[in-house]
Design a protein around this ligand. Structure first.
Ligand code: FAD
Ligand code: SF4
Ligand code: SF4
Length: 441
């Protein structure tokens, strides 16, 4: 049966949140599906955002809370999309609810269970820094603010007896019976919708397998995402940047651009200038907080293409951040426990060795882990250039796809910054609405 009043948005990052908000404003019923226990995506884990350097979570949290409070929006978190059938005006999306082991209708987010849980594991929301209990709420401002149990690390999985969270919860929210529903029909639901917006974002290049610039071998070589968490006020260090090796504040930091990007042996494409700006932003923030820190940015060329980017780059140079043109060949540890970056400075025409105390790798954007599965399910082709979803036309139909009624928005449709992800979220919402209104006519 045709349903022209409901839209499914897959992915609860900033692009999906924007699309869902716009559709809700237009009176559509929106199902926002998120695979993680909370929405927010990448932006929820950033410290501050270029080019305004405002707090990411301060901008995002009101949007998330407003969305969650809307009557015509259903936030369905911790789910997997398992099948998509039908066509424009009549899609059927089958989702599987992953067990939280916590009754979301009863949990108030009081966190008492987390205080008593004896299990500590690396905090994946902080890129492995700090710890997370087996029962946790993903991050401080999470929406929904509802606990979830990582059953694999829970003592009960190993056959041990533990009732600590059950006893601590005044609201009777812990529910280990949810395990029985996993992979049976009770954990599945079917949603009907007239249109689908895919906003599942992207992942970042992993320098660990190839130990790029010693990553994974040298403790003080970190990624930009790790830098974000190590400088965020809600991160593991309360916002103080310290070296993982000895917990000292680094006095000389090297930022390397284009790691895993613009490299025919890895990914030939550019991550849209986002990594250039990430490193410039983080160097500016560090320099503004601690003017005595020396910051070096190693670049091939700076891609400052969008509004405000060039001024941001100028501001960095005015602050005394040093830009060295050249792709470093290696990073090694010296006898003092510091790091040496070897680079051919192509402006000075000489090979240089710069000693720093921390190296930050500006890792590029790569396709998310389940994009191929989604591509098959939704019958949406991926580009050969970057492995992300292909738009119907890159210039004149950037959020439409070959499947009428299915739209794409945000980083899943090519690397982009937050402003563009928001613009595409709005655009995809408008295209979904106009398509459904045309069906009605
Ligand atoms: C280290 C770093 C720093 C950055 N700094 C800045 C900055 O300062 N300023 C700026 O403008 N931009 C910045 N960016 C870029 C910015 O993060 C992205 O533009 C933005 O997050 C893209 O939003 P999105 O909604 O498209 O994707 P995401 O934020 O990645 O959200 C996608 C969502 O979809 C969910 N999802 C994925 N697969 C599925 C599935 N199969 N089913 C259901 N849900 C799924 C994910 O869990 C996630 O919640 C930075 C990026 C990085 C990596
Ligand atoms: S499960 Fe219970 S104790 Fe834990 S956060 Fe929810 S309401 Fe609080
Ligand atoms: S039952 Fe599991 S989640 Fe609950 S307190 Fe014990 S170890 Fe933690």
């Amino acid at each position: 049966m045709t349903d022209t009043r409901s839209v499914v948005v897959i992915g609860g990052g900033i692009a999906g949140i924007q699309a869902a908000s716009e559709l809700s404003d237009m009176g559509f019923h929106v199902y926002l599906l998120e695979k993680e226990p909370a929405i927010g995506g990448r932006m929820a884990r950033l410290n501050r955002i270029f080019t305004t350097n405002e707090s990411a979570i301060a901008l995002l949290e009101p949007k998330m809370r407003t969305l969650a409070a809307r009557e015509n929006v259903e936030l369905i978190t911790y789910v997997e999309i398992v099948a998509v059938k039908g066509s424009v005006g009549d899609f059927e999306i089958t989702i599987e609810h992953k067990p939280r082991y916590v009754d979301a209708n009863k949990c108030t987010g009081c966190r008492r269970c987390m205080e008593v849980c004896p299990v500590e594991q690396p905090n994946r929301f902080n890129e492995g820094f700090g710890t997370l209990k087996a029962i946790y709420i993903p991050y401080a401002h999470a929406v929904p603010s509802c606990a979830v149990i990582d059953i694999e690390s829970c003592l009960r999985s190993g056959g041990e007896e533990c009732d600590a969270c059950i006893n601590a919860c005044e609201y009777n929210a812990i529910d280990f019976t949810q395990a029985r529903h996993k992979h049976n029909s009770k954990s599945k639901s079917k949603l009907k919708a007239g249109a689908i917006i895919v906003a599942t974002g992207s992942a970042t290049y992993d320098p660990e397998p190839g130990h790029d610039y010693g990553y994974g071998l040298l403790d003080d070589v970190i990624t930009t995402m790790e830098f974000e968490r190590l400088t965020a006020p809600d991160g593991p260090t309360g916002g103080n940047l310290i070296r993982p090796s000895d917990c000292r504040e680094p006095m000389r930091v090297g930022f390397i651009n284009c790691v895993g990007s613009r490299d025919i042996n890895r990914n030939p494409y550019c991550s849209g200038g986002v990594c250039c700006m990430e490193n410039i932003k983080n160097a500016i923030l560090l320099k503004e907080k601690r003017p005595d820190v020396r910051c070096y940015i190693f670049y091939i060329d700076i891609r400052a293409a969008f509004r405000g980017y060039e001024a941001f780059y100028t501001r960095a140079r005015e602050l005394g951040i040093r830009f060295i043109r050249g792709r470093p060949s290696e990073v090694i540890e010296n006898e003092k426990g510091n790091l040496e970056i070897r680079v051919e400075d192509t402006l000075k025409g000489m090979v240089r060795t710069i000693e720093v105390e921390m190296v930050v790798l500006g890792t590029g954007s790569v396709p998310g882990e389940d994009i191929e599965r989604l591509s098959e399910m939704l019958k949406l082709p991926l580009t050969t250039e970057d492995g992300l979803f292909r738009e119907l036309h890159s210039r004149v139909a950037p959020v439409d796809t070959e499947q009428r009624g299915i739209f794409i928005a945000g980083a899943v449709a090519g690397p982009k910054d937050i402003a563009l992800a928001v613009a595409q979220g709005s655009s995809a919402a408008a295209r979904a609405a106009s398509t459904l209104l045309t069906l009605n006519a």
